[in-house]
Design a protein around this ligand. Structure first.
Ligand SMILES: [Zn+2]
Length: 245
């Protein structure tokens, strides 16, 4: 066993931990962004409802205008035709039809007026709501400016860390790589973990003093935790860290 292997194990474990911490940070940023955007959602909903209402009214208007045009044509035709009818029965029927058409026309005209008024009322409401929505979005954007920046930085840091992790992982001996992958598959977190206060950093069970003492005599070796089987390494002592630095 070499000091190199120990450094590799330390790099794998520490990069993994840093990665977890960054992932957590990223989730906090994502939640913050979602929470702020949530504040704008009701205003947006109102605006969309108004927009939908306007679309419906415009469709109604279009439909009624088409109908009105049809009635106009029909009325014009009947107005020319009726005076020329000689047959009394036919004359009465056509006259009645003309009356009905005129009634229908005035009803359509009334309805169109109503729709026009509704549309006119809708415009200032929509403008108001749109202004409020834009203000809300602007405020959210300003409030989140820093968070979005931090989010981007965190994503980059995670990518860098992943690259570094990959490099360390690939430089580890194959059996360790296989062990790590097996643990991951079995859902065992932190398969490579330090001895912390004479305790396994993974399962937190106290290690036998003899085990720790033996470990300390050969700190560059790794051992498996007798309780959880994780790969244990001895963290660098202060002297070792000073030498490394
Ligand atoms: Zn353990």
């Amino acid at each position: 066993m070499s000091q190199h292997l120990r450094s590799t194990l330390i790099a794998i474990a520490e990069t993994e931990q840093q990665g977890f911490a960054l992932q957590q940070q990223l989730r906090r940023f994502e939640k913050e962004i979602a929470d702020v955007n949530e504040l704008v959602a009701p205003v947006e909903m109102v605006f969309q409802n108004l927009q939908a209402e306007k679309t419906t009214l415009i469709n109604q208007q279009q439909q009624m205008e088409n109908e009105l045009e049809e009635q106009r044509i029909l009325i014009e035709k009947l107005e020319k035709h009726v005076p020329r009818i000689r047959n009394e029965k036919e004359f009465e029927a056509s006259k009645k039809q003309l009356e009905l058409c005129r009634k229908h026309r005035s009803m359509l005209e009334e309805n169109l007026l109503e729709v026009a008024i509704k549309l006119e009322d809708l415009d200032p409401k929509m403008a108001e709501q749109k202004a409020e929505l834009e203000k809300g979005k602007q405020e959210a954007e300003e409030a989140l400016e820093q968070t979005i920046l931090s989010q981007k930085q965190t994503i980059l840091a995670i990518q860098e860390l992943e690259n570094y992790f990959q490099k360390s992982f690939e430089s580890a001996p194959r059996p360790i790589q296989q062990f790590y992958k097996r643990c991951q598959k079995n859902g065992l977190h932190r398969p490579i973990t330090p001895v912390v206060d004479k305790t396994c950093g993974g399962c937190n069970i106290r290690l036998q003093p003899q085990f720790v003492n033996e470990f300390l005599t050969e700190p560059d070796n790794y051992r498996n935790c007798p309780h959880c089987n994780r790969i244990l390494y001895m963290p660098l002592s202060e002297e070792e860290t000073a030498v490394d630095a």
